[in-house]
Structure formats: C-alpha cells, structure tokens
Design a protein around this ligand. Structure first.
Ligand SMILES: *Cc1c(COP(=O)(O)O)cnc(C)c1O
Length: 343
C-alpha cells in the first residue's frame, strides 16, 4: 500500500531521470575543482538565479549558515524576520558557527516592514554591535511569499548603510511561480541567495549558495572549514541539474493541489485554514484538541497510510509535493472525513 506523505516537500523520492543521471555522472575530486558535473551544476545554478557564481552545499541550513559566516564577522548583528528559518529551525547555528547575534524583526506573514528594518539597523556607538547582514526569506516558511517591492525597499535601505542582503530562498522557485515572475526577479534585490534542490524539486541531497564572484570564492574556503568540501559529489550534483532543468515547471501542480486541499479542508467543521498563508505548496490549519487530540489524529492518519506531522505552534501543516497526486489528496480528504466523524 502506498504511503501518502504530507509532512514536507523534502520527502520526495528522486525521479528515474535523476537516478539515471546519477548513475552515469562524470565525476572528479571537487575539492580540487575537478568534478565536471558539480562545475556544470554550479554554472547552471548561478545563471538561473542571475548571480556571478554559485557553490554546491550539502543542505539549506549549511548554505544559510555559510552565507551568514561569509558576510559577517564575530559579534555582528544580523537582522531577520522573527519566524524565519534561520532563527526557528537552524539549531542556533549562527551563534555557534559565525558567532553573530540575531536581531528579530516581527513581520506580517513573513514580510518585514522596511521602517522596522531601518529602526533595527545599528548606529555607530561603542556599545553597539555592527549590523553585518539583513536576511529575507522568500518563500517564507509560514507559507506566504514576499512581494518584490518589499525586497527592493529593504535592499535600497541596506545599500545606503553598506549592509549586504542574503535571501533564504529554500523554496525560491515556489516563490517565483506564486508571484508569476522569473526567479531572477526574486533574487535581483539581494547579494546572495541560498536555494534547495531537495525540497519541491525532488533531488535527494543538496542546496546552492549563489552570489558575487569574490563572495563565492570566500564561501568556498569557508565551506571547507565547515566540513563541506565534498569529493566525487557529481554523483549527487547530477540529480541537482535535473532538479533545476526539469522539476521547476511542475511546481504549478503542487500549488494547484495545495489550493484545492486548502479549500476542501476549510469545509470541515472545526478546521480553520490559514488562507492568507496559502501562497505555495503548504497549507496551515487549526484543528482543536477538543475535536480530536493531536496524537490520536496523527496515529489514525498513519493507520490509513497517511503521514502527517503533529502541530507546531498550534497549527498543523500539510505540504503537497510531486509524490502526492490529486487522487491521493481526495483519498486523504475521504479518510479525514471518516476519522473526524468517528469522534
Ligand atoms: C528547509 C529550509 C531551510 C533548510 O534546508 P535544509 O536542507 O533542511 O537544511 C532553510 N530555509 C528555509 C526557509 C527552509 O524551508
């Protein structure tokens, strides 16, 4: 029996085309710069996001932390949105690796008001840390996308203070699809960008950090320091090339499924769908313990061969992905009807 996995878009299996590309990939020692497949992936990745150069890294967290470390010096302050992935889901790495302090700006569905960012930027004062970096997350992990005009405003502000802007674009292709713009529009107002090959794009491993040539040169050395100098990495980079070239267009399907699932879920009594954060492949909703207790719900869904996470911050999250079809979603809704009618 097939398992329908709604926990994340990281749970996808590589496509046959990826597996074939991995099997036949030409490889070399990438620490020596000898892996032609990694070099090709980095060239394609830089081009697609409109940056001078790019670097293959093991994970999104690795790419973000590498960017933070490369942009800043110890003791700097980094401004970012209060629910951003770097604050919430990266194990406090910025304090361990870069040795920086994070300054949270409360946003609205992930969007920071440029006025708030402006206020958070430090003046020169013997007591103050230097503001070393501003991070924006698009798409934001709360499920919404950030308008290009907002990114532009923050970048214009940053330029006046000589502060670089990093984009956590783990789901940047989802953001571009949702905003109906080319990916280069989403990266335009940033100095560096990280994006994941292993989320909606279904590669088994890997992310990209892209930016100016000098920045990537420095990041390449820091990647080695962080233990991310990989050898015959072409075996996995090959799947990354397929991810960028073949897996972006189909994200529309995940978004359509996400909208459909959100609509249908909202018809259930007691379910409150967060429609203001349903821009990409993620649906957030409340379902109170008085209707069904959390562990019960997760367990009953699993018995129907549906994997979901428990609540985070009081909300469930379903994520559509390439291994979840419209038929699968109809099955999920049918099972939920049964489970919720039982209680
Ligand atoms: C998933 C994610 C990351 C980190 O990616 P990993 O490969 O899981 O380390 C970073 N930022 C955002 C917004 C994400 O959703």
């Amino acid at each position: 029996m097939k398992i329908i996995d709604l926990r994340s878009d990281t749970v996808t299996k590589p496509t046959d085309e990826m597996r074939n590309a991995m099997f036949t990939a030409e490889v070399g020692d990438d620490v020596y710069g000898d892996d032609p497949t990694v070099n090709e992936l980095e060239r394609i990745a830089a081009k697609v996001v409109g940056k001078e150069d790019a670097l293959f890294v093991p994970s999104g967290t690795f790419g973000n932390q590498l960017a933070v470390m490369t942009h800043t010096k110890r003791g700097d302050e980094v401004i970012l949105e209060s629910n951003s992935h770097i604050i919430m889901h990266e194990v406090g790495a910025s304090s361990v690796i870069a040795g920086v302090q994070l300054r949270a700006v409360k946003g609205k569905n992930g969007t920071m008001d440029p006025e708030d960012v402006k206020r958070a930027i430090r003046d020169k004062d013997i007591h103050f840390p230097d503001t070393g970096l501003i991070c924006i997350e698009n798409a934001h992990s709360c499920g919404s996308v950030i308008d290009i005009s907002n990114m532009k405003a923050i970048k214009e502000l940053a330029v006046t203070k000589n502060i670089p802007v990093h984009l956590d674009g783990a789901r940047i292709f989802n953001a571009a699809k949702s905003l109906k713009v080319d990916v280069k529009e989403v990266t335009r107002h940033t100095d560096s960008v990280m994006f994941c090959l292993s989320k909606g794009l279904a590669a088994p491993i890997g992310s990209i950090l892209a930016g100016h040539k000098d920045f990537i040169k420095k990041a390449r050395k820091n990647r080695k320091l962080m233990g991310g100098g990989l050898r015959q990495a072409g075996v996995i980079a090959a799947a990354g090339i397929v991810a960028i070239e073949k897996m972006v267009d189909r994200l529309d399907e995940d978004h359509a499924n996400s909208k459909y699932l959100a609509e249908e879920l909202s018809k259930f009594e007691g379910i409150n769908v967060k429609f203001d954060r349903n821009d990409i492949n993620m649906i957030f909703f409340e379902l109170g313990d008085e209707i069904i207790e959390e562990n019960q719900f997760v367990c009953k869904m699993l018995k129907k061969n549906i994997k979901i996470n428990g609540k985070e911050d009081g909300e469930y999250r379903y994520v559509t992905n390439k291994d979840v079809s419209r038929e699968d979603i109809k099955y999920v809704l049918k099972q939920m009807k049964e489970i919720l009618n039982e209680c």
